[in-house]
Structures are given as structure tokens and as C-alpha cells.
Write a protein of this length. Structure first.
Length: 385
């Protein structure tokens, strides 16, 4: 008779290592709906849910919204989804305690008040140490650390899910709606026909572009509401069972924001999502909203939208649209080489998503004297085009 490690077998070893680093926790606390968070943890006044999985990486992306949903139910301020490789089941249960610090973690999605990140290939000891160290840094800086990559990853997942949902119906009666929203597709289509691109491929690209645009609208709105305080935040939603009126509510928010940001919110992508995407696209939008609220992209310094475009739109579509992307690391190097003073003027007439301008702004901010934030921000922006 064989004995195998299960996910529940890992709760104890994980709990012990976390306590070693000052993270108090309890296992499987019952909450509303008959659910049980794997671990409910606490570090000082912050509580967060930890969900454990043994499987492939795609399963981590499925369980993460459930972790967020459980965190909301217990009033916790964050959630972590941690994934172990399949071969951890081969470890004998009697050895788990002694081997726990060196057990491999395949990946972890971390969404805490002080940290949002995506970690891969580390030991369980390193995982716990990073949680504690990141909290120490937060106490010193009083500013959360938000990974550029985790926001892009969450956004790409939303694009893929929404695109997959609308593709099924896009080729029928809702295609004309989508084509109209993508804009000037007659010209684009003529270009692709000259390149012998098949119609079915073009229509699939329309779904990708429509999904990309609506994801951008949601991301832009979230950051806009957090940065300016002029617009209500994205609604609180259940990522597993969202309210049917969610898209209508988002539409009202976008309509108000369109008064100042018409190029962003003018295209009514939500109507296409609602008509052709069905329940699966509604769930995808809800999951994305929960992810943004948890991951806090408003604290990302780098330019996000260009990277999202680069990784969510097929290469063939990007090439034919003539759109190319500068990676933030390259933009940082260019800004560092080009800018010597905080008040220098910067010109980028082909700025695209603004990656170079964003890095130029950050470079000059780093060089600036100690001025009031509002004065500094206004002066730098006046010198940026």
C-alpha cells in the first residue's frame, strides 16, 4: 500500500516555516459557503489567505481568483497562491518536516498590501524569507513593491480569456459590431488580403484586438481612479459568480471618464463583450477586476500598455499594424544616457505607448532637487512631449 503526499500534507510544513519568519497562521478555518482557506496568515495587522496547489502552472492561474474570493469573505487584505511541482507527491510523509525548507516551489502569485509579485523556482524557505523581507522593506519605505511582470501577466490572461470567449460568436452576427469598434478595419483588411492572410485569421485577430482594447480600458480606468480620485474605483465583484449587471456598471463608469478621455473610453468594447462573450467573458472581466484591486498596478513605475500590447497581440497582427515596442530596460538605459539634468526637455514624436517618455520622466524625477511633489510633477510634464 503506497502513501502519497497531498496538498493538505503541505499545510503543516508551510505553516511551521512561515512562523519561523514571524508569520502567524492557522489551517483550514471555516468561512461562509462551506469553504476553507488552506491557511489564514497574519503579519502584524495584515491578514492574508494562502492557497496551496500541486499541479501544473496553469492550475495556479485558476486557483488564484478563488484565493482572492476567500480573502474577501474573511476580510483579509491579501492572498497568495503557491504551486508545488507534481513530484512533491513522491516525498515520503515522514520526511516532509525535515525536507520542508528545501522543497521546491514551482511558482507563487503574491498579492499583499506591501507586495505584488510572481515568483518562480524557489525553495519553501526562500518563499517565507521573501515574504518577511519584503514586509521589512515596506515598513522602511511605506510604499508597496509592485512587479511590472505580474500586472502584465494578469492582463495577458484576461486578454486570452476574453478573446477566447468572443471568438466563438464573433464569426457570426456580432462580427460587424467588432469590426466597427476596432476601427478602419477595411484598410487593415485590404493590407492583409494583399499579404494573402486568410479571412478566418483576420477575424481571429479582431477578437484579440477587441479583447486587448477592453482590457486596456479596465486597466487605464483603475489607475486613473486611484491616481486622481475623480472617479469611483472599479466595483467589488465575486470573481467566480459576478453580478450580471457588472458590464453595465462598467459602461457607466467608462461613459463618465470618456468626457475627459474620449480616445480611451469612446469605443464601446463592452457591448461586444456582452453580446458575444457570454458568461465566460463576464467571469474573465470579473477576475481581472479582482486581480487589479489586489495587485495595485497604480504603483508600477514602468509603462504598462506597450508591454501588454506586445505580448497579447499576435506578432503577425503587430507587424502588419506597423507597431513595435521598446522594452522598459532598454528605455531606462536610453533615458540614463540621454538625460543629465532634471529640467531637460524631452522629445519623442513617435512615442507610441510612451515607454521612453515614462522612463524619461522617472529619470528626471530621480535627478530632481527636493521640490514639492505637485511642483515637480508639473515642471517635468511641461518639459515632456
Amino acid at each position: 500500500m503506497s502513501i502519497r503526499v497531498t496538498e493538505r500534507s503541505l499545510y503543516g510544513p508551510l505553516s511551521n516555516i512561515l512562523r519561523k519568519y514571524g508569520v502567524e497562521n492557522v489551517q483550514e478555518v471555516a468561512i461562509e459557503g462551506g469553504e476553507y482557506p488552506d491557511l489564514l496568515a497574519k503579519l502584524d495587522e495584515y491578514r492574508f489567505v494562502i492557497e496551496v496547489k500541486i499541479d501544473r502552472e496553469s492550475r495556479l492561474l485558476e486557483v488564484t481568483p478563488r484565493a482572492f474570493a476567500k480573502a474577501i469573505k474573511v476580510g483579509a487584505q491579501g492572498a497568495i497562491s503557491i504551486l508545488f511541482p507534481h513530484n512533491v507527491r513522491e516525498v515520503h510523509p515522514d520526511l516532509l518536516g525535515s525536507l520542508a525548507p528545501t522543497l521546491k516551489v514551482s511558482a507563487a502569485v503574491v498579492a499583499l498590501p506591501w507586495l505584488s509579485d510572481y515568483w518562480k523556482e524557489l525553495t519553501l524557505e526562500e518563499f517565507a524569507e521573501r515574504i518577511a523581507h519584503s514586509y521589512k522593506l515596506y515598513l522602511e519605505a511605506r510604499r508597496p513593491t509592485v512587479s511590472y511582470d505580474i500586472i502584465v501577466k494578469a492582463s495577458i490572461e484576461a486578454v486570452v480569456e476574453i478573446s477566447s470567449s468572443i471568438r466563438r460568436n464573433l464569426l457570426s452576427k456580432y462580427k460587424d459590431d467588432a469590426v466597427a469598434i476596432v476601427g478602419r478595419f477595411d484598410i487593415y483588411r485590404a493590407m492583409l488580403e494583399d499579404l494573402n492572410v486568410k479571412l478566418v485569421e483576420m477575424e481571429a485577430w479582431i477578437a484579440d484586438i477587441a479583447a486587448y482594447l477592453v482590457t486596456n480600458q479596465i486597466l487605464f480606468y483603475h489607475v486613473l481612479s486611484k491616481k486622481t480620485g475623480k472617479y469611483p474605483p472599479l466595483p467589488e465583484v465575486n470573481p467566480l459568480h459576478p453580478d450580471k449587471g457588472l458590464l453595465k456598471k462598467l459602461g457607466a463608469y467608462f461613459a463618465e471618464a470618456a468626457k475627459e478621455y474620449e480616445p480611451i473610453f469612446g469605443p464601446d468594447l463592452l457591448s461586444v463583450i456582452k453580446k458575444s462573450g457570454g458568461k465566460s467573458s463576464l467571469v474573465a472581466v470579473a477576475r481581472y477586476i479582482v486581480a487589479l484591486n489586489a495587485l495595485k498596478p497604480e504603483h508600477v513605475k514602468e509603462e504598462l500598455l506597450g508591454r501588454l500590447y506586445q505580448e497579447s497581440i499576435p506578432p503577425e497582427a503587430r507587424k502588419n499594424l506597423g507597431a513595435f515596442f521598446t522594452r522598459p530596460k532598454a528605455a531606462t538605459i536610453l533615458a540614463t544616457l540621454a538625460i543629465d539634468r532634471w529640467d531637460e526637455k524631452v522629445l519623442d514624436p513617435a512615442c507610441g505607448a510612451g515607454t521612453l517618455l515614462t522612463e524619461a520622466y522617472q529619470r528626471r524625477k530621480d535627478l530632481a532637487p527636493q521640490l514639492p511633489e505637485k511642483v515637480l510633477h508639473k515642471t517635468i510634464l511641461e518639459r515632456t512631449y
